[in-house]
Structures are given as structure tokens and as C-alpha cells.
Design a protein around this ligand. Structure first.
Ligand code: AMP
Length: 583
């Protein structure tokens, strides 16, 4: 492997990166840096976060910029404010021994005046989010006519976040003979189209196989019943007391719900989602980065730009719909040469998705057993024993307290002392896990699931103050439940949509959760009221002129409009005949 001076970087840059601790170029740097330095060709680099992509474009950019020319020469566009700040800090560090080079970061949610001042005062490189960059161009404060380099970082994310129009506008105001460098973790059609429109015969560079994810990430999954998902999460956290990781959920509501439960249950966790204000987000990210928080419950979008290298775990509380999102998530651990574990908590009917992920990524996913309460207690007790064994004793500090302690505990034998010490530490834990059930799904349970044998379930009929008048359809109702209820793998029975309100049946054990999740929510400007329906109120024969719908049970998939999990139960009901369900 080459080193940085072999690939053509000047000594000032090498000195700076050596001080940061970069010894050798990463694979993407090895390919991209010489390509940028030796030609003016446009480049498409397929690289995920964690591969060293910032230095891959940042170092040659700094090398090629002329600090004596007092005009903007390089523009780096990226999807989020956090990533922008990260890139800005990296570039500042890389260029600290190059005199006269000015870098400005521009992004929304911060003072435009300060940014304008910085742009006017010796600025050769601008790092920014598309919205703010365009705003500044339109105000006449940012002139791109002199740029020679344009970097599109995390281009796929910028498109996912709806920046296509802004990008089109920005790209059309910059000189055609610029060198354009496009970095993207994935290569969807829209990126290929962008490359066609705005790049000149780009050279495509990628390292390793596409979409395989980081090499040093172990992939594991735990299979539990949907209702046990949260309990399984807690056990996973308990068996890894030093865990430092991100728990990914699909929706903001899920993240809020799970983090609230974790905090309530005494875990060192916080939420990161789009509902937080910018200063709240900054605060949470800072706490997480500095290690004051162990677990961050986040949506995919909110976690972008969070640059942490030493995560031990990524937990997929729910699997994402797309492989690429899974690869992105899992790539947040196992970075910068460290190893990491990507855990997915799934239920029986998601095992197919695991097989698909395995096939597409070429990685083996290891099925793990959810630890029993006993195993967790045992593991933690032994860890404590080890800690006691290896703890450093500061003789001087403790000496003055020892006589009093010894006197107080004089009557106890060594055995008694050990017993009491560990009980003191562990009583709460032991009590919590006493008689706790095994959460693992046994293989015979799975096969009965597959053979289509229905569980015995009982339904509760619920009221909601939305009806035909509010454009409520069964699919929309299932979508609402999907959006607001954290644990979504519950079954939905019969749905009766009436004019001004509706009724729907859900697994009885989920009724309290649904009440809580929908309480005080506003949907399409209407405050939601939900309640348990009164017995015999509006049974289906009374539902005219509204319609009665037979749900196929399961969970509505927002993307495809299909019911993804088409199993459901039909027993345990009072009036089987009247309420017969179609399956
Ligand atoms: P990135 O993909 O740019 O987000 O970089 C991921 C992490 O790897 C960052 O913390 C970088 O500081 C670090 N990094 C980048 N290049 C190197 C290198 N050549 N050697 C060691 N660490 C690096």
C-alpha cells in the first residue's frame, strides 16, 4: 500500500494528517486522490461514510486550491448541516499548515449574516447544504463563476431529501469546465441521470463490491414475537453493559416511544429525530459523541451526519424496507478499522427478509438467542467480579476510611461480605429478571406459523373520530396505526368506516398501547379521539351507510400499499359467525 507522500500530497498536508493519526490512505483515498490530482476529469466515487471519503476529496482539493487567488475555487455540497460542519472541521484540520486558505461553512438554522461575512472575507472553499447555498446565490452573496471544483457529497442522500431542484439550480450557475466529483453510497437511477446531465465522461471509482457493507461488521439477528420486541431490546442492552450504539427505528413516533421507554427503564438513552429543534439535536449529538449517552434512538434521516467512529453496535429495532438502508445503518459501526455488530430484532415472518439481505449483501447473518434473565444476571455478575478483581485501589485515599469500615463490618465473614456486596449490586436486576420468560421463538412455533395455523387471538373493538367525511379508508387507517404505534406487528380485524367516525378491531393486548399512541395526536388538522367501543355499539349490521371492511389482518405497508403480513386469527371471539373474517 502506498503512503500519502507517494500519492502526491505536499508536506504541509502530510504533516497535518499525520498529527491527526492518518498513517496510510484508505482504499478509497488510494484510488480517488491520485485520480483527482492527476487529471481534470470528473469522478464518480461509490463510497459510504466511514470509508475516509471526506479526506478522499478534501485532501486533493486543498492541494489544488491556490490560496493566493482570493476567489471561491471549490464548492462542496452535502445533505445536512451536521455533515457540513464535519466536513468543514476536517478541511480546517487538513489545511492547518497552509497559510492564507479560507473555508466557510453555510447551512440553514444559523446566522446568515455571519456566513455572509465569512464569504466576503478571504474564502476559497465553501461547504454547504443546497438550500442555504442557493439562497446565498440568489441574494448575490455567493458567486460560483470562479469555481474549478464542485463536490457532491452523499449525492444519493441529497436526492432522497428532496434537493434535486436546488441542485439543478446551483449546478447550472457554475462554470461548465469545473471538475465535478460525485460521492454516493448508492447508485440509483436519479444519480446516474444527474451524472449524465452535469458531468463530462466521468470516471467511476468504487472500492470492493457494491453494497456489501463494511468488512468488519458482524451481522446478527434475534427472532421474537412482535410483542416482545422491546423486551428483547432491553435484554440485548443488558447483556452488553458497555454497549455504545444507535437504535434505528422507522418513524419519529417509534423513536420517541422507544427512547421514552428506555429512559423510563433506567437506560442511558436519548432520542434523535426531526422533531427536535436544532439546538436540541446539537446537544444530543454532542452528548452521544462524548460518550455521556450510551444509546441513541434515531431515524435514518436524523442520524445522517452523526460522525462517530467507535460504535460497538447498530440495532435495527425494525428492519428497513431497503437493503441499501440496512447497509448504511450497519456501516455506522465497524469503522476506521474497528469491529462492530449490527443487530436486527425481527419476528417470524421477517426471516425471509433476512435471507434476502444475506443473498444481496453476501454476508452471513447469525441467528442469536435472546438471553434469558438468568444468563444476563450471570454474565453481569461475572463482569462485576472481574471489575472488582481488576479495580485499582488508591491506598492513600481509602486508608483513612478503612478503620471505620472494618469496624462496622467486623462481625461478617468473607463469604457473608461477598454475598452481601453482590446482592447489593444485583438485587434489583435479579428481581427484575426473576421468573422472566424465554423470549426466543422455538422452531416448532415457527413451523406452525408457516403452516398457516392461526394463533388464538382476541380482538378489541375500538372507536376513532375519523370517517368517510375525513377521507378515511381502511388503508389510511392502517397507515395511521403504522405511523403512530411503535410496535406495529399486531393484527387488525374488521374495520367499519362510517361517515363521521369508524370502528376497528385490534389484538386486545395492543388496545392500551393504541389508546396511548393516538391520544392527543392531530391528523390532517383534526384532534384524534380514540376509545374502546361500547359493547354492541355499531356492529357491522348497523353500520349503514358506512362500509364494513374485512381486513386481511396484519400490517399495512406504506410503500407498496399492500398488507405485508397476511396472517391473522379468527378465533377467541364471542360471535364467530357474525364477525367471520376473510383470511
Ligand atoms: P469519512 O468516511 O470521511 O466519514 O471518515 C471516517 C473516519 O475515518 C473519520 O473519522 C476520519 O477521520 C477517519 N479517516 C479518514 N481517513 C483516514 C486514514 N487514512 N487513516 C485513518 N483514519 C482515517
Amino acid at each position: 500500500m502506498e503512503n500519502f507522500s507517494d500519492i502526491g500530497l505536499r508536506p504541509e498536508i502530510i504533516q497535518a494528517i499525520t498529527e491527526i493519526g492518518y498513517e496510510k490512505p484508505t482504499p478509497i483515498q488510494e484510488k480517488v486522490i491520485p485520480a483527482i490530482l492527476s487529471t481534470d476529469r470528473d469522478i464518480i466515487a461509490l463510497a459510504q461514510t466511514g470509508t475516509g471519503k471526506t479526506a478522499a476529496f478534501g485532501l486533493p482539493l486543498i492541494e489544488k486550491i491556490d490560496p493566493s487567488r482570493k476567489v471561491i475555487q471549490g464548492l462542496i455540497l452535502c445533505p445536512t448541516r451536521e455533515l457540513g460542519i464535519q466536513i468543514y472541521n476536517d478541511l480546517e484540520n487538513y489545511s492547518k499548515y497552509i497559510g492564507g486558505l479560507g473555508i466557510t461553512a453555510v447551512y440553514g438554522g444559523a446566522s446568515m449574516r455571519d456566513q455572509i461575512r465569512s464569504l466576503r472575507h478571504n474564502c476559497q472553499i465553501v461547504v454547504g447544504t443546497p438550500g442555504r447555498v442557493l439562497d446565498l446565490i440568489e441574494r448575490g452573496e455567493l458567486d460560483l463563476r470562479s469555481i474549478s471544483f464542485l463536490v457532491l457529497d452523499e449525492a444519493d442522500e441529497m436526492l432522497n431529501m428532496g434537493f434535486q431542484k436546488d441542485l439543478d439550480a446551483i449546478l447550472s450557475t457554475s462554470p461548465e469546465d469545473r471538475q465535478t466529483l460525485l460521492f454516493s453510497a448508492t447508485m440509483p437511477q436519479a444519480i446516474a441521470r444527474m451524472a449524465r446531465n452535469y458531468m463530462r465522461q466521468p470516471e467511476e471509482i468504487s472500492v470492493g463490491t457494491r453494497n456489501t457493507g463494511a468488512a468488519n461488521v458482524v451481522h446478527e439477528f434475534y427472532m421474537v414475537h412482535a410483542k416482545d420486541r422491546y423486551e428483547a431490546l432491553k435484554r440485548i442492552a443488558d447483556i452488553h453493559p458497555d454497549i455504545y450504539g444507535i437504535i434505528f427505528c422507522r418513524t419519529r413516533t417509534d423513536t420517541t416511544e422507544i427512547s421514552r421507554k428506555l429512559i423510563h427503564d433506567g437506560y442511558n438513552a436519548a432520542v434523535l429525530n426531526g422533531d427536535l429543534s436544532q439546538s436540541q439535536r446539537d446537544h444530543v449529538m454532542e452528548q452521544f459523541r462524548s460518550g455521556q449517552l450510551q444509546l441513541l434512538v434515531a431515524t435514518d434521516v436524523a442520524a445522517r451526519g452523526l460522525d462517530v467512529n467507535d460504535l460497538t453496535h447498530v440495532i435495527n429495532y425494525q428492519l428497513p424496507d431497503e437493503l441499501e438502508v440496512y447497509i448504511h445503518r450497519s456501516g455506522r459501526t465497524g469503522r476506521a478499522g474497528k469491529s462492530g455488530t449490527s443487530i436486527s430484532i425481527i419476528h417470524t415472518r421477517e426471516s425471509r427478509q433476512i435471507r434476502l439481505l444475506e443473498n444481496m449483501s453476501g454476508k452471513k447473518f447469525i441467528r442469536k438467542r435472546v438471553p434469558t434473565g438468568e444468563e444476563i444476571c450471570e454474565r453481569r455478575l461475572y463482569q462485576l467480579v472481574k471489575k472488582v478483581e481488576s479495580v485499582e485501589v488508591n491506598e492513600e485515599q481509602i486508608a483513612s476510611f478503612l478503620p471505620a469500615i472494618n469496624q462496622q463490618l467486623e462481625s461478617m465473614s468473607k463469604e457473608e461480605l461477598i454475598k452481601r456486596f453482590f446482592s447489593f449490586e444485583f438485587n434489583q436486576f435479579l428481581n427484575y429478571y426473576k421468573n422472566s420468560p424465554d423470549l426466543n421463538i422455538q422452531d416448532n412455533e415457527r413451523s406452525s406459523d408457516r403452516s398457516g395455523k392461526k394463533d388464538k387471538i382476541s380482538y378489541t373493538r375500538m372507536f376513532i373520530n375519523l370517517g368517510e367525511k375525513h377521507q378515511l379508508q381502511p388503508a389510511r387507517l392502517m397507515g395511521i396505526l403504522n405511523d403512530y404505534v411503535a410496535d406495529r406487528r399486531f393484527r387488525i380485524g374488521k374495520i367499519d368506516i362510517l361517515r363521521k367516525f369508524s370502528f376497528f378491531e385490534v389484538d386486545s393486548h395492543m388496545a392500551p398501547e393504541i389508546l396511548r399512541a393516538l391520544k392527543d395526536q392531530e391528523i390532517d388538522g383534526r384532534k384524534i379521539e380514540v376509545d374502546i367501543a361500547k359493547p354492541d355499539q355499531y356492529q357491522s349490521k348497523d353500520t349503514q351507510p358506512g362500509k364494513s371492511h374485512k381486513s386481511e389482518g396484519g400490517n399495512f405497508n406504506r410503500k407498496t400499499g399492500n398488507n405485508r403480513f397476511s396472517e391473522g386469527g379468527g378465533e377467541g371471539r364471542k360471535n364467530k359467525k357474525k364477525n367471520k373474517r376473510v383470511h
